[in-house]
Write a protein that binds this ligand. Structure first.
Ligand code: SF4
Length: 317
């Protein structure tokens, strides 16, 4: 698509980004064209770290709503845009704040650790935020007998409990994308690609985790495929990540793990895929839609997010 001046969509986005001193941050689950035009592509931890240090006037967060909120919480004086405001997250939605705040009130002696995939309001009743990159280490930074509430992902919480011997109290939430990988179809693929390693995000269900050769955050999965001697990988996370894996290891084969409820060969997050290059252009041009966070909520929510960034820096993450 070009405009009247013959400028391509990519060129127009690039021009607007410079004119407006904007930075485009994209999550690994965005489509390849958005990843390719972004200033930075990363997982939730990297996106928060970049947002915290940017000197741009406008942050365009190509990801889902909670990621835009996290950027806004960290940079309340900057304009934070997302290409499509309807890009939500089933995991964040599985933890509504009234019910969660009541759960926290019922356990006043517990430290509250929340995954970054939560609304600003849930972060506001949290002691420390984590991402899948730092969750285990941050949990382990608390004494072994510390009483901890972990929210909202029950699969990630169970996985960390199993690794650390903790008995964290888990909120019963989940991501609809990571929960629907089919163990049977993954094992079928494994029989077809005997040398392939199964690599899995910890938001997946336990049976998929148990047959995996490597379990890690999006960034950890990418880096594992770069250093592994193996040439073939069955990838059990949102299939957008394969774009970056192929760029970094062009000679290796990446096979998306299939979901259990369709004939589609890969598993995509319908929320992430709401963002398109056209919407990215339009949001830069119109400086909308903008993410807004209530000041009282933002003032509370920023504390556990900053605590995560400080702990991550201490842990070298
Ligand atoms: S993949 Fe799952 S956790 Fe990630 S944004 Fe989509 S719904 Fe949320």
């Amino acid at each position: 698509m070009g405009n009247q001046s013959g400028e391509s969509l990519k060129e127009a986005i690039d021009r607007l980004r410079k004119e407006k001193n904007a930075v485009i941050l994209a999550h690994y689950y965005q489509t390849g064209d958005i990843q390719d035009i972004a200033d930075c592509v990363g997982d939730s931890l990297a996106l928060a770290q970049w947002a915290a240090k940017t000197d741009a006037d406008i942050i365009v967060l190509c990801g889902v709503h909670f990621m835009g909120e996290t950027a806004k919480i960290l940079c309340p004086d900057k304009k934070v845009l997302v290409p499509d405001l309807a890009a939500g997250c089933s995991l964040a939605d599985s933890c509504p704040v009234p019910a969660f705040a009541e759960f926290v009130r019922q356990h006043p002696d517990h430290t509250v650790i929340s995954y970054v995939n939560t609304t600003a309001a849930v972060k506001a009743v949290t002691d420390v935020v984590v991402t899948s990159t730092n969750a285990r280490q941050i949990v382990e930074s608390f004494p072994q007998d510390a009483k901890i509430i972990f929210a909202p992902d029950r699969n990630l919480g169970n996985y960390i409990n199993s690794l650390t011997g903790r008995k964290m109290l888990l909120w019963d939430g989940a991501c609809h994308v990571h929960e629907k990988f089919s163990l049977e179809k993954i094992l079928e693929l494994k029989r077809e690609y005997l040398d392939a390693e199964i690599i899995t995000h910890p938001e997946c269900k336990r049976p998929v985790i148990q047959v995996s050769d490597f379990v890690g955050s999006t960034a950890a999965l990418i880096s594992y495929t770069m250093r592994s001697d193996k040439q073939q990988f069955i990838v059990a996370t949102e299939s957008g990540v394969i774009h970056d894996m192929r760029k970094k290891s062009p000679d290796k084969l990446f096979i998306p793990a299939p979901p259990n409820d369709s004939t589609c060969a890969c598993n995509e997050c319908n929320f992430m895929r709401l963002n398109t290059m056209e919407k990215l252009y339009s949001c830069l041009k119109n400086e909308a839609p903008e993410i807004c966070v209530d000041k009282a909520i933002g003032d509370k929510a920023v504390l556990p997010v900053k605590r995560m960034l400080e702990l991550s820096a201490q842990l070298g993450l």
